[in-house]
Design a protein around this ligand. Structure first.
Ligand code: CDP
Length: 228
């Protein structure tokens, strides 16, 4: 049993990241969002596409580029911070902000299903865990990446509530979005995350399930803290 890992899995908007971030601030664990590495790997290939003229669809480019053979040329790293956002790097380049672009979010689905991509990212996540105690959120942290984690939680919530939370979050950042579009995007992402053959989004047998639909962030945080 690995006591140095708290795994928090669940779909987009289930509250994983805000809850995990706060638990990190109140404990000796560092927060890490595994999605950031999926985003960074996607961005890496989007940059290569652009460098080569950016013609055609990204999906077609990936196949021509034989991207699976190029994974090992990606240098992923992170600077973990307690009080502010972790910094994510591709080589020497700080991509912390760029990886959050909606175009990146939309392209992850072309890469996340591949075993090679997941193995590459998992190796990087395991490396981070070698030197840090981590509370890590994602889709497969308790099932695939750290099946031996002592503490595992699976957060979920009704899709409409999750879309509403995303809408509120964006509004707070001054971004006005269409609620229906957000809901559709969340449902599409659920669908591709749950149905991929390799490491799909699902609750680990030994994970504690929390439906956050009608729970405040503080209640969820306390439920988790009381278990760890
Ligand atoms: O925070 P949000 O739910 O918007 O997304 P994220 O955590 O940044 O993850 C973005 C995408 O990366 C997810 O929709 C998954 O397709 C993929 N991902 C994954 O496959 N496995 C993980 N452990 C984390 C993310």
């Amino acid at each position: 049993m690995n006591e140095n890992i708290i795994a928090i899995d669940g779909p987009a908007g289930s509250g994983k990241s805000s809850v995990a971030r706060e638990i990190a601030q109140r404990s000796t664990y560092q927060y890490f969002d595994s999605g950031a590495y999926y985003r960074a790997v996607t961005l890496y290939f989007m940059k290569r596409h652009e460098e080569l003229g950016g013609k055609g669809k990204f999906y077609d480019f990936l196949n021509h580029y034989e991207f699976l053979n190029k994974l090992n040329s990606i240098q992923l790293s992170a600077t973990l911070q307690k009080k502010s956002e972790n910094l994510i790097f591709l080589g020497q380049e700080d991509v912390t902000i760029e990886i959050r672009h909606p175009e990146v979010t939309g392209n992850i689905k072309y890469l996340a299903p591949y075993r090679e991509v997941r193995d590459f990212i998992n190796a990087n996540l395991i490396e981070l865990a070698r030197v840090n105690r981590l509370i890590m959120d994602g889709r497969d942290i308790g099932t695939e990446v750290f099946p031996d984690a002592k503490f595992k939680f699976f957060l979920t919530a009704d899709a409409k509530i999750r879309a509403r939370r995303r809408w509120d979050e964006l509004k707070e950042q001054g971004i006005d979005t269409d609620y229906e579009k957000l809901l559709e995007e969340i449902q599409k992402r659920d669908e591709s995350d749950q149905n991929r053959k390799i490491a799909p989004l699902k609750q680990a047998e030994d994970a504690f399930l929390i439906d956050t639909s009608n729970l405040s962030k503080n209640v969820v945080i306390n439920m988790i803290l009381s278990r760890i």
